[in-house]
Design a binder for this molecule. Structure first.
Ligand SMILES: [Zn+2]
Length: 137
């Protein structure tokens, strides 16, 4: 088993993002290490490019199954060169990507965030918690 506790972050390759989003993820999930999958314009690409989605999902699966990550974050950000879009379009894409990741059942909790790179504010766009098995039965 790996040392420490993990969560999973899928976000942009933009160098302004990983430290800020990673710190937020570490605090939010109370874990030691945010495993980070980066894609240029991750939020948009995850909902439009099946091959990139599969690539990200393969890494998220390693994070969940080998590192025991139970929480995941999908992050989009302002000033994104990989997915040039309005804040509203980013937030729509983030919601869509969160829904896709929730549907895999890999994580107990998936949170979508939008990172304003000018202020380093992290805005929570949406969150989904898995329905406990006891509630289904
Ligand atoms: Zn970006």
């Amino acid at each position: 088993m790996a040392n420490g506790t993990f969560c999973t972050v899928i976000g942009c390759m933009d160098g302004r993002c990983q430290a800020v989003v990673g710190a937020w993820a570490r605090t939010h999930f109370s874990v030691d290490h945010p495993d980070t999958v980066t894609i240029a314009g991750a939020d948009g690409v995850l909902v439009t490019d099946p091959a990139e989605w599969e690539r990200a999902l393969a890494m998220a699966t390693i994070s969940a199954e080998k590192h025991g990550a139970r929480g995941a974050i999908i992050a989009g950000h302002s000033g994104c060169a990989g997915f040039v879009a309005s804040p509203e379009e980013h937030q729509d894409a983030i919601r869509g990507a969160v829904a896709k990741l929730v549907a895999t059942g890999l994580f107990e909790s998936v949170v979508g965030v939008y990172h304003d790179v000018d202020t380093d504010e992290i805005i929570e766009v949406c969150r989904s918690a898995a329905v406990p098995a006891t509630a289904v039965a």
